[in-house]
Design a protein around this ligand. Structure first.
Ligand SMILES: Cc1cc2nc3c(=O)[nH]c(=O)nc-3n(C[C@H](O)[C@H](O)[C@H](O)COP(=O)(O)OP(=O)(O)OC[C@H]3O[C@@H](n4cnc5c(N)ncnc54)[C@H](O)[C@@H]3O)c2cc1C
Length: 330
């Protein structure tokens, strides 16, 4: 960990905001965890391109959306996080009827926009509290739909600031996982199917990351989609502990079963570690009951995984991404 090293050089022509030693509690839905050595909020795509060009090639860079699937360990994370929410906000219907969406657009906004423009099929995005970039990285989905079912092309920026486009055939796309074919999956920072590192650590320093996508949806009816969105959100409020900070489902569902069912069957609902707790409402959610540390949360994840494996023989694989270093006592 090199938290005390000087922050990267920043050109005076940049229009974005660079924060140093920024608490990631403010940028993750668990409201827990350590600091980012540097965090850059780009003003727009052009500004992001200039910023990447100013960074030393050795600087590790990790994209962040709304932090709704992310835990930063208490010892913090080195390198520079790139905040895309609030920056890459463009959303438009193109002449070919594809919707172009930039990576910082929240799922809820995309769902509403598609509905308003009489497209059907984007309603599921309303319940996912992340950005399009995070949804692409995770192949986020619910109620039988996944984002990559609608992707025609994606737009990426490379670590050196070059824009490229790719098509779905260039990726391995699975349940909550996306990886560039022939690429180093861990290095891509874009998830890996069935991957269970001992510590769940992921070095999220991709050589390229998503800045936008062209999505295809079928023609629909705005009023029908609006009602679907409303029903879907009511269903979520009824089944998920949305009153406490959380990161959605902690584990992927194993084949032909549900992680929540297995966790509940092991009597783990309500299990606590510090201020982190397995939700009483939904066993695959871990909630921050107030002041939980990343260590509380990660420790509980490990505990749940180990107990479920010991009692049922099923190994649960985490869906949430954990980055950074543990806190060391000095
Ligand atoms: C209450 C709740 C309900 C949820 N329900 C669902 C659900 O139904 N279905 C579902 O799939 N998920 C669900 N989630 C999880 C989460 O919302 C999704 O995984 C979402 O796609 C994450 O988006 P984000 O912008 O918050 O990404 P972040 O959490 O910020 O990042 C997640 C990962 O994506 C990477 N990433 C982010 N942006 C980019 C980018 N532009 N390019 C490349 N990589 C990037 C990050 O580096 C990180 O590895 C839920 C979460 C919560 C809190």
């Amino acid at each position: 960990m090199t938290m005390n090293e000087p922050a990267p050089y920043v050109s005076p022509s940049l229009r974005g905001k660079l924060c140093r030693e920024e608490s990631m509690r403010r940028h993750t839905s668990w409201r827990a965890g350590g600091v980012a050595q540097c965090l850059y909020q780009a003003a727009d795509l052009a500004d992001l391109q200039v910023f990447l060009g100013t960074l030393p090639v050795t600087e590790s860079v990790w994209p962040v959306g709304l932090g709704s699937n992310l835990l930063v360990r208490d010892g913090g994370v080195a390198g520079t996080g790139i905040l895309l929410h609030g920056a890459l906000n463009e959303l438009c219907v193109q002449p070919d009827r594809l919707i172009y969406v930039q990576a910082g657009v929240p799922g809820a906004k995309l769902a509403r926009y598609a509905a308003l423009n009489n497209f059907q099929g984007a309603e599921f995005c309303a319940g996912i509290p992340g950005t399009l970039g995070g949804m692409l990285a995770m192949n986020a989905g619910c109620y039988g739909s996944e984002i990559w079912q609608h992707v025609v092309r994606v737009q990426l920026i490379t670590r050196s600031g070059e824009f490229i486009e790719r098509v779905p055939a260039e990726y391995h796309i699975g349940y909550r996982s996306v990886a560039l074919r022939g690429g180093d999956e861990e290095d891509s920072g874009m998830g890996k199917s069935g991957f269970v590192p001992a510590s769940f650590s992921l070095l999220a320093s991709p050589s390229e990351f998503f800045v936008g996508a062209w999505l295809k949806f079928l023609p629909g009816d705005a009023e029908v989609s609006r009602k679907k969105i409303k029903a879907l959100l009511s269903q979520r409020i009824a089944s998920q502990p949305l009153n406490l900070p959380n990161a959605g489902s902690v584990f992927r569902n194993p084949p032909n079963d549900y992680a929540a069912r297995l966790i509940e069957s092991c009597g783990l609902k309500g299990r606590k570690r510090g201020s982190a707790q397995v939700s009483e409402k939904h066993a695959n959610f871990i909630v921050n009951t107030g002041g939980a540390t990343a260590e509380n949360i990660e420790g509980l994840i490990v505990e749940v995984r180990d107990i479920v494996e010991a009692q049922t023989g099923v190994v649960l694989h985490p869906e949430v991404k954990i980055i950074g270093e543990n806190k060391t006592d000095e």
